[in-house]
Design a protein around this ligand. Structure first.
Ligand code: CA
Length: 504
């Protein structure tokens, strides 16, 4: 599909492309604020995405104000790279950064981040919580902020008996272990915590409170537009949340995964089991997990999601109270999905559907229709050009390659298409050698090509899934449907080869 399909529609409406954009996205003299809400490890188990078990009234009302993207995907299903994809606007395979510990400026020293681009055009950029990945040897990007970034903790416990010595490194340990092919003994904390303590006991409560303070300050400074990035840290592990959010859910109602084995015919290295999760107690080092434990983990994820949802709600209420909603673009974005035991996998770090599908909602006053939704396939990297266009800023000329396309035509009309697939990738090791799985997701299929970057195609392993006939990815169809593999490979071939991993 071609974005210029939008032109006839606009012509019918008696508008030209340019004037409609100018009129709708950039009111003269006053730039809109941007509130970017990033949520760690949030998959679309939300009421507004049709999940009857979710208790997410605040994200549901946010969806009711704008557009929900039903086929949105991260570019790599793990925190640090996914956040690079968002802020640099480049895919991991463009940067050559796939790990938690490598800063994106190692690959693109002069990159102009989304935040920097807005700063250049008069915005004040502020950030709280978790935006860039800090930790595992990685650090913030001070050049992106007008005032110093205010981080908060992803892993924290209110009750001392739940903590372990030395937090951190659980995800990094997963990567290290995968490379070394071994399990390292690590300090563990509890996988969840349920307390009767107030919301601000935990990071997301404090992040909301600080966000509210920043919005109030911005309301008193109307001459300068604000780009506020709020990074909520739940439902990332551990699932620590006040008891009232656990009590919203009936643990008996949660269904355990139906498809608990890796896809038939998939390469063994493509899957995973308990990595990251097994660094927390009482999760065993190896599968299986008891039904009771699985149910508690799913309950914990939903409870932590409800807790985060309530904190987002506090911020949205304040935005309304201050009268800022009418001139604020709001984006809700999850950095990666999550496996609930499907394929025997937990957490993320794969190229499968559950790890890569993310929630994405955009509210753009005067552009998006309330309560709209679209099946436009979308990637994280699309947000950079989309936000730039929505704010009426000039098309970016920046040193890094921007891999995304603007979704503004889709925001105006959910039937318009600006791309026909989404692209993502994940690194693995095969026989001790680093390989990259590059994947494309169309409405019907996902093709994954696993090989060493730059190696000939005949060295690749392929995975093919048909979501029409096999939504749970039970069988790798690559050997059965060579013509489909061939067609989708041609789509994949339009993308550059993956850059090999840059190391620190
Ligand atoms: Ca994450």
């Amino acid at each position: 599909m071609n974005r210029f399909l939008v032109l006839p529609l606009l012509a019918l409406a008696g508008l030209t492309f340019d004037t409609s954009l100018r009129a709708e996205t950039a009111p003269p003299g006053r730039k809109p604020n941007v509130l970017l809400i990033c949520v760690d490890d949030l998959k679309p188990v939300l009421g507004c995405y049709g999940d009857p078990l979710a208790k997410t009234p605040n994200l549901d009302r946010l969806a009711a104000r704008g557009m929900r993207f039903d086929l949105a995907y991260c570019n790599q299903a793990v925190c640090a790279p996914s956040r690079n994809n968002l802020m640099v606007g480049s895919r991991s395979t463009t940067l050559g950064v796939y790990s938690l510990g490598t800063h994106f400026r190692k690959a693109a020293p002069d990159a102009v981040t989304l935040l920097q681009y807005f700063m250049r055009h008069g915005y004040r950029t502020e950030g709280i919580g978790k935006i860039f990945h800090i930790g595992h040897g990685n650090h913030d990007d001070p050049a992106s902020w007008s005032v110093p970034f205010q981080p908060d903790k992803v892993v924290e416990y209110a009750l001392p008996e739940n903590s372990a010595n030395g937090q951190l490194t659980r995800e990094e340990a997963y990567f290290t272990n995968q490379k070394l092919g071994q399990n390292r003994e690590l300090p563990r904390g509890a996988a969840w915590e349920m307390t009767d303590l107030p919301d601000n006991t935990y990071a997301d409560g404090r992040i909301a409170e600080e966000g509210i303070r920043r919005l109030r300050a911005a309301a008193a400074r109307p001459e300068q537009p604000l780009f506020l990035a709020l990074g909520f840290v739940k439902p990332h592990l551990p699932f620590c949340a006040p008891k009232k959010y656990w009590d919203l859910h009936d643990r008996k109602a949660f269904k355990l995964a139906e498809q608990t084995q890796p896809p038939v015919g998939a390469p063994r290295y493509a899957g995973k089991t308990l990595g990251e999760l097994n660094q927390y107690t009482p999760v065993p080092e190896q599968p299986p997990l008891s039904e009771d434990l699985q149910r508690t983990l799913i309950h914990g994820y939903y409870a932590a999601t409800s807790f985060m949802d309530a904190q987002v709600g506090r911020v949205l209420d304040e935005l309304d109270r201050l009268g800022l909603s009418e001139r604020t673009i709001i984006v809700l974005w999850g950095d990666n999905g999550w496996h609930f035991g499907d394929h025997g996998a937990w957490t993320k770090h794969t190229n499968y559907e559950q790890a890569n599908r993310i929630p994405l909602m955009i509210v753009a006053p005067g552009v998006t229709k309330p309560g709209s939704h679209t099946r436009q396939l979308t990637e994280t990297v699309d947000l950079y050009p989309t936000l730039v266009e929505l704010a009426g800023l000039p098309a970016p000329e920046v040193p890094q390659k921007l891999d995304g396309v603007s979704l503004v035509p889709v925001l105006k009309n959910p039937e318009v298409r600006v791309r026909d697939h989404a692209y993502h990738a994940f690194p693995r090791h095969r026989a001790g050698q680093p390989i990259i799985g590059r994947a494309i997701r169309t409405e019907r299929y996902r093709l994954v090509e696993w090989k060493k970057p730059g190696a000939p195609r005949d060295t690749a392993d392929f995975e093919l899934y048909d979501y029409q006939s096999d939504p749970l990815e039970s069988t790798n169809l690559a050997s059965r449907l060579p013509a489909v593999v061939e067609n989708l490979s041609r789509v994949l071939a339009r993308h550059p080869e993956a850059k090999p991993e840059i190391t620190n």
